[in-house]
Design a protein around this ligand. Structure first.
Ligand code: GLC
Length: 723
């Protein structure tokens, strides 16, 4: 248990310099270079700090390895007057050494239990390697696939993102963070609304109404905190004209006062100093002033607090009490992690050798990868492949190990199971011809002639296409979200062979699939599937696993539609797609309004038929929730999993209301011919929304309930909610 008094007593022994240094977080180079007697080297001059400051720093980021962490911690404690241990933090976003599919893929599994398990495995591998805190889950709601960091989120729906946020926090932290040394503290990010960066461009402006912020962008952060998430990270972007890192309205009034969060708030990398280029701080002193006033506790990788806080306090501009409360939060987190009694916590070289990248973990990653893939097209049941088929595996990802995604940090690409290896493990070599066919962004005639000869004897062409992992992730924003031209050309040329073509996609965002979806017979979205990716894909291609993934982010018909998302408003002049001549309605002249593939979409190797929707009543009240029943039948030849989705529409509200809002879902496994009655209960709380005055309440009135296999193909019924 946290011993608050012990921490208060410790705080009172600290000098002002020691307190301020506790709020400094330094990256690995400050420690990686630690020589035998712990003399810390590193880019100190860049930050203009002394070795003494480094010795007093409160936390480090980007370090792992049981022996290394033990050494650094022991050196640190030797040099730290009061024996205050270092906190080790790192970006363990979807796996530590055993890499799971990217979070956008995990979201497509709609499997909360397995998502929690993936975080638990990541935490265990990180903890035995000496890490105490992970900078995850990232729960930014996303509607713009141009943004490179959509790969880190679980998609466009606030409810589903909230459920995954909770699952990840549970997996990372467990329910006894102090004593379970195989867990790590979680840090939810990026607070807030980073996913709305204008133009889908990293670090760019975010501007939205408080109502939109509360209705769509805040729920998942709140869910993470309600699940006990220990830390919050500020986002780079502005919110209502003020960078989040200096935004007292967001950080003090909402996060701390309204939500009651009393954990550690850390800036994103250099975000405090970046208040200067943002234009809300004239210099580092003002940046430090605004950040501490906003309640930012830890300064990541800049030194404005170290340089200017003493003067700000001496001059009375900053009350030392603000420093004390920040330092106390940091000390309490260290105490909660048990670091004062056991500064090495979970760091254990023996355990590290045993659990990191162990078979059990890799099997869980393989299961998650298979559940995260989404079958987007499958004309004439081309998939699953016949084991006797001769296939030509062609494309830049045919033999690529770049399948871990952009946030795989300590993951080792060469340890990943490639698609070619996995296919050759399943079928005789004689049935698999392999050729690159093109690079990611370039193609030579030699490439093509290799592809041609591989394809000539093939019954089926399996294309392995996609984006380089650096084409998404932080700093990986793209204005054109098609596959690179070289790959589109490869498809077009191979299509002239008139052989069936399957495209397997490795990408970190919804793509504009022009030149792919319309050209091939089957499309399997594999995202970056992680350490066991090739094996999971091969399992699906040959039918050992029936794909069950469903999109959690819309695939636009064209980037010109962006942002395009399912829970949009109707407008005063909605466009009926059947009315092709309508002009004065909300539409484009050149593309449809609807995305190519909607939220919740995904195919299976079997088929599911929905019976009629049965409501417990036409009237719902606060005391009489509405029960919704539907019978789903597997009408195909193979067992499969269906994600039964329940949406609601509020016909008329105090403000405009979305055409659909996901309120619940159930992932059901059905044998061939099996039927299952799926029951949902709609509670009054699920009808609440933020009114014009920001009151979060429900209104009596008419509603529509939809149930279906995605946000487009649904059956519906009306009901009334009365007080
Ligand atoms: C990066 C990212 C953030 C990450 C941090 C530490 O800039 O924005 O998500 O946790 O720095 O690496």
């Amino acid at each position: 248990m946290v011993n608050r008094q012990r921490m208060v007593d410790l705080l009172q022994q600290m000098t002002l310099e020691e307190k301020i240094a506790q709020l400094l977080q330094l990256a690995a180079p400050f420690y990686d270079g630690a020589d035998s007697d712990g003399v810390i080297t590193g880019p100190m001059k860049e930050l203009g700090i002394t070795e003494e400051t480094v010795r007093q720093a409160g936390s480090a980021l980007g370090l792992a390895g049981a022996e290394k962490i033990k050494h650094i911690q022991q050196m640190h404690l030797k040099n730290n007057r009061l024996g205050i241990p270092l906190l080790f933090m790192a970006d363990i976003i979807h796996g530590f050494k055993t890499i799971f599919p990217i979070p956008l893929a995990i979201g497509c599994s709609w499997d909360l239990e397995l998502a929690e398990k993936s975080a638990e495995v990541a935490a265990k591998e990180a903890a035995v390697s000496g890490v105490h805190v992970t900078f995850a889950p990232m729960v930014d709601l996303v509607r713009d696939p141009r943004w490179g960091r959509v790969m880190e989120s679980t998609g466009e729906d606030p409810y589903l993102n909230s459920m995954f946020a909770r699952a990840f926090v549970r997996g990372f932290q467990g329910d006894d963070l102090t004593n379970d040394r195989h867990r790590v503290a979680a840090c939810v990010k990026h607070f807030a609304a980073y996913g709305l960066a204008e133009g889908g461009r990293d670090y760019n402006t975010v501007d939205l109404s408080e109502r939109q912020l509360r209705e769509y962008y805040l729920p998942a952060y709140k869910a993470a905190l309600d699940e006990g998430c220990e830390m919050v990270m500020t986002s780079f972007n502005t919110v209502d004209g003020i960078p989040a890192t200096a935004n007292s309205k967001l950080m003090r009034d909402l996060l701390r006062d309204e939500w009651g969060f009393d954990g550690v708030l850390i800036s994103d990398w250099a975000a405090i100093k970046e208040l200067i280029p943002h234009g809300v701080a004239a210099n580092e002193e003002e940046a430090a002033y605004k950040a501490i006033q906003a309640g930012v506790d830890i300064e990541m990788m800049t030194s404005t607090y170290v340089h200017h806080m003493p003067e700000l306090i001496a001059s009375g501009k900053v009350d030392e009490a603000l420093i004390d409360e920040a330092v106390l939060r940091v000390l309490q987190l260290k105490d909660k992690l048990g670091l004062f009694d056991n500064p090495l916590r979970g760091a254990d070289p023996e355990a590290e050798r045993e659990v990191v990248f162990c078979e059990e973990h890799r099997n869980i990653s393989r299961e998650m990868a298979a559940k995260s893939c989404v079958l987007l097209k499958n004309e004439e049941g081309l998939l699953p492949l016949q084991p006797s088929s001769r296939i030509a595996l062609i494309g830049p990802f045919a033999k690529s190990s770049d399948i871990l995604g952009n946030w795989s940090w300590t993951g080792v690409k060469d340890d990943a199971v490639r698609l070619d290896q996995a296919l050759l493990a399943k079928v005789p070599d004689s049935l698999v011809a392999i050729a690159e066919g093109s690079g990611i962004e370039m193609m030579t005639e030699e490439h093509y002639s290799e592809a041609l000869s591989a394809a000539e004897q093939a019954d089926v062409i399996v294309l392995a296409l996609g984006e380089h992992s650096d084409m998404s992730g932080e700093g990986g924003c793209r204005a054109d979200i098609k596959l690179p031209q070289a790959q589109l050309e490869l498809i077009a040329r191979l299509k002239q062979l008139h052989k069936p073509i399957v495209a397997v996609l490795f990408n970190g965002r919804p793509l504009d699939l022009h030149g792919v979806y319309d050209q091939v017979d089957a499309v399997l979205e594999a995202w970056y599937p992680g350490s066991e990716g090739g094996a999971a894909i091969a399992d699906i291609l040959y039918g050992d696993v029936n794909p069950s993934g469903r999109l959690t982010m819309s695939f636009p018909y064209s980037v010109g539609q962006v942002p395009v998302y399912y829970n949009h408003f109707n407008t005063g002049r909605p466009h009926d797609p059947k009315d092709v001549d309508a002009r004065y309605v909300s539409r484009y002249l050149d593309v449809p309004n609807a995305p190519l593939l909607p939220f919740g979409y995904g195919l299976s190797y079997t088929t599911f038929v929905y019976g009629e929707l049965v409501l417990s009543d036409e009237i719902m009240t606060v005391d009489r929730p509405l029960r919704v029943e539907v019978t789903v039948t597997n009408t195909g030849e193979l067992a499969g999993e269906e994600v039964v989705q329940l949406y609601v529409r509020d016909i008329s509200g105090d403000v405009v209301r979305p055409l659909k809002e996901l309120k619940d879902f159930a992932k059901v496994s059905l044998e061939p011919g099996e039927s299952r009655k799926v029951t949902f209960t709609i509670m009054e709380e699920q009808l609440r929304y933020h009114h014009a005055d920001l009151q979060f309440t429900s209104d009596p009135g008419e509603f529509v309930v939809f149930v279906g296999s995605n946000s487009r193909d649904v059956i519906e019924c009306r009901f009334h909610f009365v007080r």
